[in-house]
Design a protein around this ligand. Sequence first.
Ligand code: M6R
Length: 611
Amino acid sequence: MCGIVAYVGPKEAYPVILKGLKRLEYRGYDSSGVALLNSGLKVFKKKGKVAELEDSLVGKDVHAHIGIGHTRWATHGEPSDRNAHPHQSENGKLAMIHNGIIENYSQLKNELIKKGYHFISDTDTEVLLKFIEDIQQNNNCTLEEAVRIALKRVVGAYVIVLIDQDNPDTLIAARKGSPLVIGIGKGEHFLASDASPIIEYTKEVVYVNDYELAIIRPDELILKNLGNEKITPYVTKLDMELAAIEKGGYDHFMLKEIFEQPDTIFDCLRGRLDAANASITMAGVQNNIDQIKNASRIIIIACGTSWHAGLLAEYIFEELCRIPVEVEYASEFRYRNPVVRPGDVIIAVSQSGETADTLVAIEKAKEQGALIFGVVNVVGSSIARISNAGAYTHAGPEIGVASTKAFTAQLVVLTLIALKVAHAKGSIDTQRFVHLLNELHDIPEKVKATLQTADAVKKLAEKNKDAKDFLYLGRGYNFPIALEGALKLKEISYIHAEGYPAAEMKHGPIALVDETLPVVFVATKDSYHEKIVSNIQEIKARKGKVIAIVTEGDDTITAMADDVIAVPEADEIMAPILSVIPLQLLAYYIGIAKDLDVDKPRNLAKSVTVE
Ligand code: M6R
């Protein structure tokens, strides 16, 4: 949800910022802009993707050693040049970029209008900047002081970065609720929403915390709290390589990330699963094992694809651990005055670790005394840091806006946790425990085999790309996969798709079925197989077009369905890790067949840092 980049140091700032914006474009891509300081402040902004900004600046004087840049996902005001960031102060001396939402902006705006301020954009950002400017002028104070005073009155979430024509070697930044990383180079500093714009220059970074303010010069980084007390910056080393954030020969990040899954799952299991010795090593679980295994209830909080992983985890935890589980949309949980008891364990699932609704839901549960266990992909992210314990998914940077490899890594980590807890609790017998560990061990190879269905899925995509709607059906462990398949298709192809429990279909959605509606059954071999065969018959009886994801060798469904994609045999608990892969590929290839931007689907953003 908006990407920010800034630079101060001896390098040319514009190329550093531009490259950074391209890396952060997954966060928002409806408009972008840069502000550069070089004998005066120059601001350039453009509606559309970063490439359009770049084209518009060819031949312009962009020479500077300090600058800020922004790629936007609109909240206040339509995507346009006017609403793009950076915004400028009334006197034209300050420029600011912002990621987040200022909730009390209209009240502040009214106050400023009464004082004679004018507003060029519809954004909350311009209001905050002019509020800061007003404070600076009235109090005759430094910009740093004015920012501090302003932020005490601001309600909402933000990362802001300012440059000031009168202090041409200084960036001022502050954070609450949105991410900010500072890269420390030799006589230079880099600021960004995540580490991807920084990684090729330095591996030394500081993650700025909420309510912290940074004053950054080429040779100096001062961190303070809003009470003006200095804080020692905690420098960490990035554990990430540049190759991980590049396309590596693939046409799109989404395809690369789908094909990376054998490796990401292997990485996720590495050092944790020891099938030969029937053991699982997970320090975050082990250190809290009594609390987790004796939990009166597990509440899983997440959004979007991560919520689907949570839903599947509900089935697995209840089956293996015999602990009641509830799966909550973070956005609903945070507002509905939920009952959380000290014996409850909250599992928060998030790829980015920055999702605003999930963050606030966690805070709410934490206040009520629950243990918070984070299952997060991005190392050092906000959710990782506010959780009491956790396990990283180790899927590596996921750049495609649609979550793919992060989802399967979430499934693997959640399964490992459930198995470890069940083993400690004694709710699983040794034979089944050992069997499931061996099954997990084999999953990376089976994922590799599943990816060989890509050509067949591509043909299926060509055949169905003009459908207006899709229905995805599954039962048991495959029901969350039906939901995930439908979400992927909506995001990437803009085709309306609904996921439903296969048996529930006859209570309503069956009315949609005719010869034009592709119905995707996620029907790998499991305890419900005969039941789903009946559901397929119900659809065929109404002339529906059936596409089935089945286990290799399933002649029954193969004989009934119009099209079949077969995945290797696996225990029903692990089968979803395989059955989701053809659905990811189907969404990808339909998006490609429709000539859409699969890595940056319209209206979406990778990291939803607004509620
Ligand atoms: O970063 P998170 O996992 O917390 O994000 C949650 C959702 O915003 C995310 O899964 C979203 O639904 C993706 N676009 C799905 O592909």
